[in-house]
Write a protein that binds this ligand. Structure first.
Ligand code: NIG
Ligand code: FE
Length: 402
C-alpha cells in the first residue's frame, strides 16, 4: 500500500463543482502514488487518514497541471526567415506554395537523425514544463514518409521519460511530399497503408490531418479517418483555419476528439460539433503570429456548450510559442475568452481533447498532476504576459522541488 501525502494550506482551483473556478479556500489534497485520493477543506480531512508525509503550500493557489493538446514539438530546422518574409507582406499560403512552409521543415526533419531531433525538442519541452506542463500531445507530419514519420513519433515517445506524459498523433496528411507532387491521392493511399504498422509498433494514439486549400480535401481526409476508425484510433483535424472546408462537420461525423483552429467555422460546424461532443481546440498563438483578423466564433461555441480547449500549436512556422501562460493571455485578449475559460482550456478541456478523463481537474481519482502558483488569484495566470509565477509542479505525486 502506497503512503498518503497531505498537501495543506492550499487555495484550490479545482475546476469542478458550481463555484467559480471550483475554488476551495483553506483547501488540502491527499495523494497516494500517482493519484489524488481526497480534495477538500483541511478542516474536513478524514480523521482516519494515515498521512505519512506533509507539504505546506503556504496559501498558494493550486491548479491542475497544464495540458498542451496540440503541438508539433519535434522538427528539424527553424523558419525565422519566413517570419521576416511575412513581416514584409508575404502570406503563409504564398510561402507554402513557393516551396517554403511545412515543406522546408520536412527537408530539415528528414535530414536529421533521431538523436538530432530529440535534443532541441527536449529543450522546448523543458520551457513548457517550466510553466507547469504535465501532459503534451506531439504530432508527426514533418517526415511525410513511413520512415521519417516513424522517426518523429519515436522521438515523441522518448520525450515521455522527462517528467511529462506524451500522447502521439499521426499527421501524415500535413503536406504533400515532393516525391508525390501532383499525386495527392496516391500520397493519401500511402498514408492509409502506413498507418496499421505504425500503430502496431505502438507509435500512434490518434490521427490528424490538415484540411485546407493548401492541405487536403475533405474527401482525402475522410479516407485516412476511415483507416483510423478501422484501427480503433480516434481522430481530430486542423479545420477551417484559412477557409471553411466543412472539416469540423467531417470530424464530428467520425466522433472526433477535437476540431482545431476554427477561425472560419460556420454555425453548421458549431452545431455538428456540439451534437458529437467534439472539442473546439482554439490556437491563439497561430492566430496572433499569422496576424489573422477573422475570429473563431467564440460566442456561438459558448452558447452551444462546445468545450473550448487551448494549446500552443507549437510549430516552427505559424506558432513558435513556448509559453502556455502567454496562450492564456492571447486567448483573453484576441478571443475575449475569460481567464477562467482560458484555464479550463488548458486543463479540463485539453484533457477531453485528448480523450483523457483522468486529469484536468483537482478531484479524487484524478492523476496527481498539479501546479502551485505565486498569484493572489488564478485570474492572474491570464493577466501577466511574462513573469514566472510557477512555484512548483507536481507530476504523478512527485514535486519538482522539495
Ligand atoms: O497547426 N496548419 C498546419 N499546421 C500547422 C503549421 C505547420 C507549419 O507551418 O509548419 C499549424 O498551424
Ligand atoms: Fe497545428
Amino acid at each position: 500500500m502506497k503512503e498518503l501525502t497531505l498537501w495543506r494550506e492550499a487555495r484550490l482551483a479545482t475546476l469542478s463543482g458550481h463555484e467559480p473556478w471550483g475554488a476551495i479556500e483553506d483547501g488540502a489534497l491527499l495523494t497516494q502514488g500517482e493519484q489524488i485520493t481526497w480534495v477538500g477543506r483541511l478542516s474536513e480531512l478524514p480523521r482516519d487518514a494515515a498521512v505519512a508525509q506533509e507539504h505546506s503550500l503556504h496559501g498558494a493557489w493550486v491548479t491542475p497541471g497544464l495540458i498542451d493538446a496540440h503541438t508539433h514539438l519535434v522538427y528539424g530546422g527553424l523558419r525565422a526567415h519566413e517570419f521576416e518574409l511575412r513581416l514584409e507582406g508575404a502570406s503563409y499560403e504564398a510561402i507554402a506554395r513557393a516551396g517554403g512552409g511545412i515543406r522546408s521543415t520536412v527537408a530539415h526533419t528528414r535530414a536529421a537523425s533521431e538523436d538530432a531531433l530529440l535534443a532541441p525538442a527536449a529543450k522546448r519541452l523543458a520551457a513548457l514544463k517550466a510553466e507547469g506542463l504535465t501532459t503534451i500531445e506531439i504530432k508527426s507530419g514533418y517526415g511525410l514518409s513511413r520512415e521519417h514519420e516513424a522517426k518523429m513519433l519515436r522521438v515523441a515517445r522518448r520525450l515521455a521519460g522527462q517528467g511529462v506524459q506524451v500522447r502521439t498523433t499521426y499527421l501524415g496528411l500535413h503536406a504533400i511530399p515532393p516525391e508525390f507532387e501532383g499525386r495527392a491521392d496516391d500520397y493519401v493511399a500511402a498514408c492509409c497503408d502506413d498507418l496499421p504498422s505504425l500503430h502496431a509498433e505502438g507509435l500512434v494514439d490518434a490521427v490528424d490531418a490538415f484540411c485546407e486549400n493548401i492541405g487536403f480535401t475533405p474527401a482525402q481526409v475522410e479516407r485516412v479517418f476511415q483507416q483510423a476508425r478501422a484501427l480503433g484510433l480516434p481522430v481530430k483535424l486542423h479545420a477551417e483555419q484559412l477557409s471553411d472546408q466543412g472539416g469540423s462537420q467531417l470530424t464530428a461525423r467520425f466522433g472526433g476528439l477535437s476540431a482545431d483552429h476554427l477561425e472560419w467555422l460556420s454555425a453548421e460546424g458549431v452545431a455538428s460539433m456540439a451534437a458529437a461532443g467534439t472539442v473546439a481546440m482554439l490556437l491563439p498563438g497561430a492566430y496572433h503570429c499569422l496576424r489573422e483578423t477573422k475570429l473563431p466564433p467564440i460566442p456561438l461555441l459558448r452558447d452551444a456548450g462546445v468545450p473550448m480547449a487551448l494549446s500552443t500549436d507549437h510549430n516552427p512556422g505559424t506558432s513558435p510559442v513556448l509559453s502556455l501562460l502567454a496562450v492564456m493571455q492571447l486567448a483573453c485578449i484576441h478571443f475575449r475568452m475569460t481567464p477562467e475559460e482560458a484555464l479550463r482550456g488548458l486543463t479540463l478541456h485539453a484533457a477531453r481533447a485528448l480523450g483523457l478523463s483522468d486529469r484536468g481537474q483537482l478531484l479524487a481519482g484524478q492523476r496527481a498532476d498539479f501546479c502551485v502558483w505565486d498569484v493572489d488569484h488564478p485570474r492572474e495566470l491570464s493577466y501577466w504576459l511574462g513573469g514566472r509565477p510557477l512555484i512548483n509542479r507536481v507530476f504523478g505525486g512527485v514535486p519538482d522541488r522539495e
